[in-house]
Design a protein. Structure first.
Length: 235
């Protein structure tokens, strides 16, 4: 997958894309798994998760990771929000690609599909299901359905590392573009409010989420550890 040099933080290899268009161009005529990389994923990386990311296409989805890469010389790298990227992919390829959605509660993914068809009238969604896969039989049935319907793009919104593990199994059976979305279906349907534009523009979206969801305190500790390591040159 490597057409240009990747940055590396704590053994996690990251593609320093310079724009959304750069990323989309990179995927022209390719298959692969898009993995959003932030400070938490870098700090908590172990041999297994590093291997998954390094064999995928990790892109910058956090201001801390962006600053660390720029410190390492990747001055033109930009932050690409995963919750925006999937909609850019749909916007660009709605007339030529087919899509499959996995994740969230059934009512959430149903509402997501309904809204996508309203916002993108020409979109081809060949399948969707919730993210509560409880048995091997359910998992195998999903992968078989994707292999049968052969969508060009599969979005998986289950949170890390579940979504990455599932996508790694899927791509073995059906090469395509895969993207992990975390809670993006909830944000898209308005069930979870995203940070206002001012917070996003000032790279403070992570802090806004913390204020709204104090239970994310553990993630903030990981972010603090990341910044300390970055300042000490130990990433």
């Amino acid at each position: 997958m490597g057409d240009f040099v990747r940055g590396e933080l704590n053994g996690v290899k990251i593609y320093p894309f310079t724009s959304v268009e750069h990323l989309l161009e990179f995927f022209k005529e390719r298959s692969g798994i898009l993995v959003a990389v932030n400070a938490v994923k870098v700090i908590t990386a172990n041999d297994y998760t590093r291997n998954i990311i390094n064999n995928s296409v990790g892109y910058v989805d956090g201001v801390g990771v962006l600053k660390a890469l720029r410190k390492k010389g990747f001055k033109d790298a930009v932050k690409i929000a995963g919750c925006d990227l999937w909609l850019e992919i749909i916007k660009k390829y709605q007339n030529e690609y087919s899509f499959y959605l996995v994740g969230g509660k059934q009512e959430v993914v149903d509402e997501t599909v309904e809204k996508l068809r309203k916002n993108f009238p020409r979109i081809s969604i060949v399948g969707h299901r919730n993210g509560y896969i409880k048995t091997d039989e359910e998992r195998n049935a999903l992968i078989e359905d994707i292999e049968k319907k052969k969508p060009n793009v599969i979005f998986v919104a289950m949170g890390s590392p579940k979504q990455e593990l599932l996508m790694a199994d899927m791509i073995k059976r059906h090469p395509a573009i895969y993207q992990g979305l975390g809670g993006s279906f909830d944000a898209y349907t308005g069930r979870v409010k995203r940070a206002p534009k001012w917070w996003i523009d000032h790279n403070l979206e992570f802090f806004y989420r913390f204020l709204k969801q104090p239970r994310r305190f553990k993630n903030q500790l990981y972010c603090l550890k990341f910044y300390l390591k970055m300042k000490l040159g130990k990433l």
